[in-house]
Ligand binder design. Sequence first.
Ligand SMILES: [Fe+2]
Length: 344
Amino acid sequence: MYTEDMKTLQAVIDGLVAHVALLDETGVIQLVNRAWCRFADDNGSRLSDYGVGSNYLHLLSGAAQNALAASKADPDAGFAIAARDGIYAVIQQDTERFQLTYPCHAPHEQRWFLLTVSRFDLHEHSYIMVTHENVTTLKQSEQVIREALVGTVSALSDMSEIRDPYTAGHQQNVAALAREIGHSMGLDHNELEGLVLAASIHDIGKIAVPAEILTRPGRLGELELRMIQRHSQLGFDIIASIPFPWPLAEIIQQHHERLDGSGYPRGLSGDQIRIEAQIIAVADVLDAMISHRPYRPGLGAGAAFAELQAGRGRSYNTAIVDICSTDTFQAHLTTIYPRLFSAG
Ligand SMILES: [Fe+2]
């Protein structure tokens, strides 16, 4: 019965385009398909019997160790360990399915594969199915779309620079401050990218506000204030129709919301406000107070930090304000505002 199963399974997996290995419940490779063997041949694999009879978990641990021996920072080691742990989790039935997209370095091209691990039972035997699919084309088109969208943000940012150099400089500073805060808060690479892009166009809605109002010194009237305050909703309206892979429109819309619900446009409070918007809110206040404005000189870093402390936990997220008070962050300020902090 068991041997019969193996024959059937071999025929089934041989018909698949993906590279497939079937493991037993201890991780030992029982069967591999034709695509697996062809790939091994094409890439000069030195595994005997294409790995059949070897424990896949051990092979991956070995691959991670080899990668680390070649270079301490080799990202391949991380992928090998993640793959091993994912397969183990499926074996242990901690999860039904595990997936991981990973780069596969070939001498002449960068390829990407999608690893999928799942489990099935057949005639009292459990098998772990490991498939590797080549998703390079998909990954490349994703990359092209991503670059086009990043280019769109950069074009929008250039557009605001042409109209209003002050706002453009402000957005760049806020993006640099937000990156530092986001990094310290442990945002992942993708979230950090979205945060920085949103920060770099967070005031895009100001293109709809007359320049005289934006740069006018002195107190603004009620109507003028309302015109300026519309910019976060207008920013949302401008960006919302572009299908960014990050929630840029929402982040921009929420950058003047305050923790206690006193902000605008929607009066959101607490967790209703996206963390990226909470970060930009703090970075925005810092830069607005530190930098010179067309109608007044900068108020200085001391005044900016006093404002953050005064609003800590009320207007501004406590953790974010605390990050801004660290020595690391303070040291970073000198690189964002070199002129302000240079001696003399
Ligand atoms: Fe703003």
